[in-house]
Write a protein that binds this ligand. Structure first.
Ligand SMILES: Nc1ncnc2c1ncn2[C@@H]1O[C@H](COP(=O)(O)OP(=O)(O)OP(=O)(O)O)[C@@H](O)[C@H]1O
Length: 682
């Protein structure tokens, strides 16, 4: 790149920064003006309170609310401008539309910056239609689509910039495939904080997912570190921008695996200028739909039970309830119930005989209403039948008799009883068992909810306009059937089938597609998180022939054996100390079980080390000791996996945990064991 080009860009950056400073001043003045007016209005109301009638008070209140809202928007605008001043843009394309139009210089940043004096867009939001070309095309023919039309033309120049604290660190002229240099730089950085935005380096296939506006259900199946969660959050930011008239952050819901993960990703949308979206865990949803009427085991407890004891009967129960076949059987049984469990008898009331076929026919005619909710309709029809015969209204006592007789014609009155009956009907009563505490097993919770929805109905979540489901592999077809009935909105569902924490109960994209046949499936094979060496190591645990590892190199993972656990712990303590001097910012010590994590925590305990358990609600920076289950979705510069011994990692579920733990490492991975190493890393 010529010196003059770079010099020119640096000057242009200064020009833009000046304009930003000027814009910030103007917003500041407006904010001051709003707050003065607001104060004056409040004072006026206070002073004239006695002279104002109710209507005046309401009007004054509304005016204050309006002013406060406008003031808040100005404050938000100022925040965005301040951020832009630090890093105004990261890319530029010069585009010539076909038909001899003018060349447009499109500088792309995290937000729009519109120069009100010149009435031009100085910076385009990365989500603007024209900005899509930055991600989709290199130099040459290009096009972009607006809601109204497709514009074709040519990109004649393309540049990338790294601007931090208002200073241009470097710029790259893109004659060929651009993204790799800057992407490599971004990926090799240390990470000490929560998840970050990736707007400057979104890849083409990722961009297609982010900007997909049409899919009613979008399933993203991607290998570990392929950017699924990042993409899903950028997709939400995109949808909030594209459909800003009809969708706000509060209308989106993310079903997240746990509170730590929810906290870990909570920075991304605010960084992109959007508000955080509401979050819920599956268990919270279950509790809400079941109206807190049942006590049940949660998913963490189910997985812990599977890890701690190899109980064949328990595994069989979990496995049976996670198949698509199970959902099919539930549906078959519901048809059986519909056809056989309402058994009307002839009724004698008010001197009239109501024949049972009439009652049956009325009951069936309401097949669209859940069975347990049909009685009011059927009873009303019977009353009408009697009125037609007797030409009089029924007495209170007669009505009470009807209300007693009709519900009794149904062979059950309680959803849980019916759910238990399902197992008798299917000839497998042994598949229903409560935990040793008398709670429902986790595997029964969503089938029970499914029955509740079908038999009693349930509240729906119509206020949710987009549902995001992360870690899709951990949910069963029945869970998806429940989600499809509760949430009628569009959905983005993402996960990685190799990262199941419960191999007996997991879904892949094709399985989920059976519940959502209208879904678009996208598969991502390029892994960005880990060095080539770490990805290659993890591939030996679960080989995916389609996976593409980043050509980013680092130290090969090490596997170190010790004579005893005590020696192993001493070595881990040393590694933690070394980490503190290493220049890395985050370390995850990832164990198989909670007990092991607690043990390491007690042994290594030192200032600044955090233990994450299923009860934790926040992600912590620095050194974290936790389990593979909880570490899922997180990442660390360095990962230590203790107790990688033959005894500790021997079953299928153990292997999954090991895989999850290893794939959390970005730059360095160390496994330790005492006596004999696990066969999985042999
Ligand atoms: N286009 C990109 N530019 C820069 N960084 C990226 C890009 N795509 C992904 N990354 C980085 O790769 C890492 C993994 O991303 P993310 O956590 O979203 O992946 P994931 O597929 O959800 O991972 P996992 O399933 O293993 O938890 C993150 O550090 C993310 O910032």
């Amino acid at each position: 790149m010529s010196f003059t080009t770079e010099q020119h860009e640096r000057e242009y950056l200064e020009e833009i920064k000046e304009k930003l400073v000027f814009a910030i001043q103007r917003v500041d003045d407006r904010i001051k003006q709003f707050s003065t007016e607001l104060r004056q209005n409040k004072e006026y109301i206070h002073e004239h309170q006695s002279g104002l009638d109710e209507a005046d008070m309401v009007a004054a209140g509304q005016s204050i609310d309006r002013m406060a809202f406008t003031g808040e928007s100005a404050v938000a605008r100022k925040r965005k401008l301040m951020k832009l001043r630090e890093s105004p843009y990261f890319g530029r394309i010069d585009f010539e539309a076909d038909g001899g139009g003018e060349k447009t210089e499109v500088y792309i940043g995290i937000y729009t910056f519109f120069d009100e004096t010149a009435r031009t867009n100085l910076i385009y939001d990365w989500r603007a239609p024209i900005s899509a070309m930055f991600y989709d095309f290199e130099l040459g023919d290009a096009s972009y689509t607006t809601p109204a039309r497709t514009v074709k033309g040519e990109i004649v120049l393309k540049r990338q910039y790294k601007i931090a604290q208002g200073r241009m660190e470097f710029m790259i002229e893109n004659a060929v495939n651009i993204h790799d240099d800057i992407l490599q730089k971004e990926l090799s950085k240390s990470s000490d904080d929560k998840m970050k935005n990736i707007v400057a380096t979104i890849q083409r296939d990722q961009n297609a997912v982010i900007r997909n506006e049409t899919a009613p259900v979008m399933i993203i199946q991607g290998v570990a570190g392929s950017g699924k969660t990042s993409i899903a959050l950028h997709r939400i930011a995109f949808l909030l921008y594209r459909f800003r008239e009809s969708i706000a952050s509060k209308d989106i819901l993310i079903l997240s695996p746990n509170k730590v993960f929810a906290d870990y990703i909570s920075n991304v949308l605010p960084e992109l200028g959007e508000e955080q979206i509401p979050e819920m865990e599956m268990e919270e949803l279950a509790m809400e739909v079941l109206e807190n009427k049942y006590r049940f085991q949660n998913f963490f407890q189910q997985v812990a039970a599977l890890l701690e004891h190899h109980d064949e009967a328990f595994i069989a129960r979990v496995r049976a309830k996670s198949s698509f076949e199970f959902l099919r059987r539930l549906n078959q049984y519901l048809i059986h119930v519909e056809n056989n469990y309402f058994d009307p008898t002839e009724l004698h009331l008010a001197g009239v005989v109501i024949p049972f076929p009439f009652i049956m026919e009325r009951f069936k005619s309401y097949h669209r209403i859940p069975m347990l909710k049909r009685f009011p309709e059927v009873i009303q029809d019977i009353q009408q039948y009697i009125r037609n015969q007797t030409k009089r209204k029924l007495s209170g006592q007669e009505k009470a008799r009807l209300w007693e007789a009709v519900p009794r014609m149904l062979k059950f009155s309680n959803v849980l009883d019916l759910y238990k009956d399902f197992f008798t009907w299917s000839g497998q009563p042994e598949l229903f068992k409560r935990t040793s505490h008398g709670d429902l097993e986790y595997a029964d919770v969503f089938p029970l909810i499914y029955f509740k929805i079908r038999l009693e109905g349930a509240q729906t979540y119509d206020h949710v306009k987009h549902l995001l489901v992360d870690e899709m592999q951990d949910y069963t077809p029945v869970q998806y059937a429940v989600l499809s009935r509760l949430f009628k909105c569009k959905k983005t569902i993402l996960g990685d089938v190799s990262q199941q924490v419960n191999p007996y109960s997991a879904s892949d994209a094709e399985g989920i597609e059976q519940v959502f046949p209208q879904a678009d499936i996208v598969k991502l094979f390029r892994s960005y998180r880990s060095t080539f060496e770490i990805t290659t190591f993890a591939q030996r645990l679960f080989f995916n022939p389609n996976l593409i590892a980043m050509e980013r190199h680092g130290a090969p993972p090490t596997v170190t054996g010790f004579g005893s656990n005590a020696e192993e712990i001493e070595a881990i303590k040393k590694m933690v100390k070394q980490f503190e001097q290493s220049g890395f910012k985050s370390l995850g010590v990832i164990c198989k079980t909670r007990q092991q994590a607690e043990f390491v925590y007690r042994e290594v305990k030192a200032h600044g080390i955090h233990l994450l358990t299923p009860d934790s609600t926040h992600f912590k920076e620095g050194i974290i000791i936790t389990t593979a289950h909880l570490a899922k979705g997180l990442e660390f510069d360095e990962v230590i996996v203790p107790f990688a011994s033959a005894r500790n990692y021997q079953t299928e579920i153990d292997k999954r945990m090991l895989y999850i733990a290893c794939t959390r490492a970005m730059h360095q991975l160390t496994l330790t064991y005492a006596t004999e190493r696990s066969v999985f890393i042999d």
